[in-house]
Ligand binder design. Structure first.
Ligand SMILES: *[C@@H]1O[C@H](CO)[C@@H](O)[C@H](O)[C@H]1NC(C)=O
Ligand SMILES: *[C@@H]1O[C@H](CO)[C@@H](O)[C@H](O)[C@H]1NC(C)=O
Length: 890
């Protein structure tokens, strides 16, 4: 029992490059059973949902994947998510057969020790680490028993940053197999109003996506949904592999009627600042370029390409090229203005650049910096211009001053905080941390340029971000003594297309007097923008409860604070570093963020009889025994109810909707002999039809005559399989070879991907590869009954592997659908109220009724209450009921 209860959690949170998927097992080749499509190595991932809520740039993403092990042995099931480096994981839970194993955020050392302890004791645990790469790979593998289901749920949060005029959200999509329910659902709420919104997938053109992708926005709200059907996921019409593999990117921007926007919720404020329409401040650029031997070939060619294009956009600017290898050479002695003649000369110079020798980063940078300093001192550049250093290298310093700390110190002293340094690391063969630390402590940032065919575009793209400074020396000022925990509020530059975000915690209650002043130097003058809070607008916005997740500004503040503390920490030492670490750690733990200082630990509860016994007896002695989190899940665990659909009686159709905890029902009145289509799925090839029989009365008056299903035909075209069920016998054709069984048999038939079990005189259960299960119930009446005769009921108890294209009187309801019941009022029968039902854009009058579910007992049944739709289900079913009449059973 124990091993069935506690699945073996094979560890594994790997960072970065670990390639993983569903491991290929030799059993797949040896086993005879052929599994239906969408099942890899016996594991079927039947649902993946990415649900995102973005409120004021703060994105809360939940990735949920559900899988079932259809193999007859335990299998490893993996869950891989790639998320942006800038995101923090905030939660992870694992649910196996209804038991949830929660993740807890722990301090890294503590987490590691616990993890190691678990390992040394032969227990297993998952550990989530944030690695330092650009995209982080989150991987968890668990061993899942045969027939068991597993659900992974990962939550992460991120502040979307504005680049080149828009916010971008990347969702990496890589399901590795066809997934019945695949869905990305994104809600965006922006109090400033949304001005544009787009979504695209790198793996397919929007035309081909067709109906799978919808995007819309209006006012403050935007919505994106991507829900490809199984067929739309196929890499070709007959393929069983998925074409979903790449980035799903959502971009949007907000209205910018005012330069900034302040939002306050629960004592936390956030200030977004991005003024428009200011003239560009001319800049003085020192391009410090590595031409060492390792740059030879494509890297140098791409660098030249990028520089040539950058030159096209320089007009009023001043520039110079400083080339470094073992030594340093420059194009001009001083910075020169980008006049047409100079630009022509610059182009010739760039084209002539040749690689040689070693890498002297220190001297290259110091030369560039001193040139900018001198130009300012000697008034060679305009008074209201701004300076930047852009350094590109593909390796580590290996000549001259090559100690990273010393280079950092030299550069820091030379720049003296006067202008920013941007470091571009070309390729992977370098100390990126060093480049990043150096850029950060000089108010710039580092970028990695990936060695690829588009490296020149990456370089150019970076340049565009810093090409248009609109303000320099930006200072954001808030009411003194009224703010705690203010995030960084001075910036050397505001670049066009970006946005400055500052957050903090208000000390007092008086939000109405909140005021922010933003000061900066523009191209022509100094500017001060004053921002006040429109509390009325704020309150109005906050009423959009569906869109706002409660304390989003507080979390945004915590996110930003942690991010900045971690950046500062990179260049801190000794006590200061300890202080920064302690602060960042406290916040990470408090707000449940997985940062470089913390880990998420998923531990299985202690595996001993006592705990399980307690878990079985909720409420007893709860105080005395410490209850582990997993145990509390155990006590509250309720087996999930599958939705079910059935038709029974004279035919009553029942559609249960679990989301609503309610059911809809309707009757179909047709003449005996009519065959009705109950299910048709073009993807799995499954169809179910039913033929109507009348009662024993000879009168054909359908008003009084009762009709039932007397014959059912279940077919799977792909398997060349048919079964005909009557009230007397069951006939099965497998590749046209018939076998006949009687309702007096108790028999189980199993073959590839199919099992059929007849329970003598009661029912028959047919399963196709476990993802589809039907039950046929036999109703027998007294043989000599003057009116009634035997009939059949048909129940769908599992339909999750059926495709979204499934249709038919029952099949059309397998996909989640919505309905609303309102205006409940007395009906003509006082015990059965009427109501109005809104479904599929129809407004119908329905009557409360009840039917019976005979799965357990064909004579008594259990009562199911439902809203009865009159007139053969008109308005609820697609089309009219006669559309479902087919000529024969198969
Ligand atoms: C983590 O997710 C689970 C499942 O959705 C939820 O019950 C739990 O409250 C979450 N924990 C936190 C700290 O948000
Ligand atoms: C560290 O924090 C303490 C208290 O929070 C403070 O007194 C001290 O000055 C800080 N040290 C440094 C180096 O920042």
């Amino acid at each position: 029992m124990a091993s069935a209860w506690w699945p073996c959690l094979i560890l594994a949170l790997l960072s970065g490059l670990a390639a993983s998927g569903f491991p290929r097992s030799p059993f797949l080749l040896l086993g005879k059973r052929s599994l239906p499509e969408g099942v890899a190595n016996g594991v079927e991932v039947y649902s993946t949902k990415i649900n995102s809520k973005v409120t004021s740039r703060f994105a809360h993403n939940v990735v949920t994947t559900r899988a079932v092990n259809r193999a007859d042995t335990a299998k490893e099931v993996s869950f891989d998510v790639e998320l942006p480096k800038t995101a923090f994981i905030t939660n992870f839970t694992l649910t196996i057969d209804g038991v949830t194993y929660p993740g807890n955020v722990k301090e890294k050392e503590v987490a590691k020790k616990q993890y190691e302890k678990a390992i040394s004791q032969g227990k297993t645990a998952g550990l989530v680490k944030a690695s330092g790469r650009k995209l982080e790979k989150f991987t968890v593998s668990v061993n899942v028993a045969a027939g068991s289901k597993v659900t992974f749920e990962l939550t992460y949060e991120e502040l979307l940053k504005r680049h080149k005029g828009k916010y971008e959200m990347y969702l990496k999509v890589q399901p590795k197999q066809l997934i019945k329910h695949f869905e990305i659902d994104v809600d965006i709420f922006e109090p400033q109003g949304i001005s544009m919104l787009d979504a695209e997938a790198s793996f397919i053109t929007n035309d081909l996506l067709g109906s799978a992708l919808t995007k819309s926005f209006s006012g403050k709200k935007g919505h994106v949904s991507f829900k490809p059907s199984l067929d739309q996921q196929r890499s070709c019409p007959t393929c069983t592999d998925s074409l979903l593999n790449g980035d799903f990117t959502i971009t949007y921007d907000v209205n910018r009627e005012s330069p900034g926007n302040v939002q306050i919720v629960n004592g936390y404020f956030v200030h977004f600042f991005a003024p428009q329409g200011l003239p560009v401040v001319p800049k003085n650029v020192a391009f410090v370029i590595d031409i060492s031997g390792s740059m030879a070939g494509r890297k140098l060619e791409q660098t030249k390409e990028a520089l040539l294009r950058i030159l096209e956009d320089m007009e009023e600017d001043y520039l110079n090229f400083i080339l470094f290898s073992g030594d340093v050479s420059t194009w001009k002695e001083h910075l020169v203005q980008a006049t047409p003649e100079n630009l022509q000369e610059a182009r010739t110079f760039v084209k002539s650049m040749e690689d040689k020798g070693m890498t002297n980063i220190n001297d290259g940078l110091l030369r560039g910096i001193s040139m900018l300093n001198k130009a300012r001192e000697e008034h060679r550049v305009p008074e209201r211009s701004t300076s930047i250093v852009i350094m590109l290298t593909d390796g580590d310093a290996n000549v001259g001053e090559s100690r990273p700390e010393k280079i950092q110190e030299n550069v820091r002293n030379a720049i003296g905080g006067k202008f920013p340094l941007y470091n571009l690391g070309f390729g992977n063969n370098l100390n990126y941390n060093f480049l990043e630390n150096m850029a950060l402590e000089n108010h710039g940032f580092a970028r990695r340029i990936y060695e690829d065919s588009d490296a020149d575009l990456q370089l150019q793209g970076f340049y565009e971000e810093v090409a248009n400074p609109l303000l320099t020396g930006v200072e954001m000022e808030y009411p003194e003594n009224a703010i705690l925990g203010l995030t960084q509020n001075t910036y050397q530059h505001f670049y066009d297309g970006s946005e400055i975000v500052v957050a903090g915690h208000l000390v007092g209650e008086d939000v109405n007097s909140f005021k922010a002043d933003v000061k900066g130097h523009g191209a022509a003058n100094d500017l001060t923008f004053t921002e006040e809070v429109d509390m009325k607008e704020m309150e109005k916005a906050l009423q959009e409860r569906d869109y706002i997740f409660g304390n989003y500004i507080e979390r945004l503040w915590a996110y930003l604070t942690i991010e900045q503390l971690l950046e500062k920490r990179k260049n801190a030492h000794g006590e200061e570093k300890e202080n920064l670490t302690a602060q960042a750690l406290d916040l990470s733990l408090k707000y449940h963020f997985v940062t470089p200082l913390t880990s998420m630990v998923v531990t299985k509860p202690e595996d001993n009889e006592d705990e399980r016994a307690i878990a079985d007896k909720p409420g007893e002695d709860a105080e005395a025994t410490p209850v582990s989190p997993a145990m509390s899940y155990l006590t509250s665990y309720q087996p999930p109810q599958n939705p079910y659909y059935y038709v029974d009686g004279d035919p009553h159709f029942i559609i249960q909707v679990p989301e609503k905890d309610d059911a809809l029902c309707f009757n179909i009145n047709e003449a005996p002999g009519t065959v009705l289509r109950l299910i048709q799925d073009p993807v799995t090839g499954l169809t179910v039809n039913g033929q109507i029989v009348g009662d024993k009365r000879s009168s054909p008056d359908s008003k009084t005559r009762k009709t039932y299903f007397g014959k059912l035909g279940i077919a799977n075209a792909q398997m060349d399989f048919q079964v005909e069920v009557t009230t007397e016998k069951i006939t099965l054709w497998n590749r046209a070879v018939p076998s006949t069984f009687s309702w007096l048999d108790t028999v189980t038939v199993t073959q590839d991907g199919l099992s059929m079990m007849i329970n003598r005189k009661k029912n028959m259960v047919v399963s196709f590869g476990d993802g589809v299960t039907f039950v046929v119930v036999l109703h027998q009446v007294w043989k000599k009954h003057p009116v009634h005769r035997d009939f059949l009921g048909f129940y769908v108890v599992d339909s999750h592997r059926m495709s979204a294209q499934t249709h038919g009187l029952l099949g059309q309801f397998f996909q989640p659908f919505d309905f609303k019941v309102f205006d409940i009022r007395p009906g003509s029968d006082p015990t059965k109220p009427d109501a109005t039902l809104m479904v599929k854009n129809h407004q119908l009058t329905v009557t409360r009724g009840s039917q019976r579910d005979y799965r357990k007992d064909a004579s008594i049944g259990t009562k199911v209450v439902c809203w009865f739709v009159h007139n053969n289900g008109e308005g609820l079913i697609d089309g009219v009921h006669t559309d479902y009449i087919v000529p024969n059973l198969f």
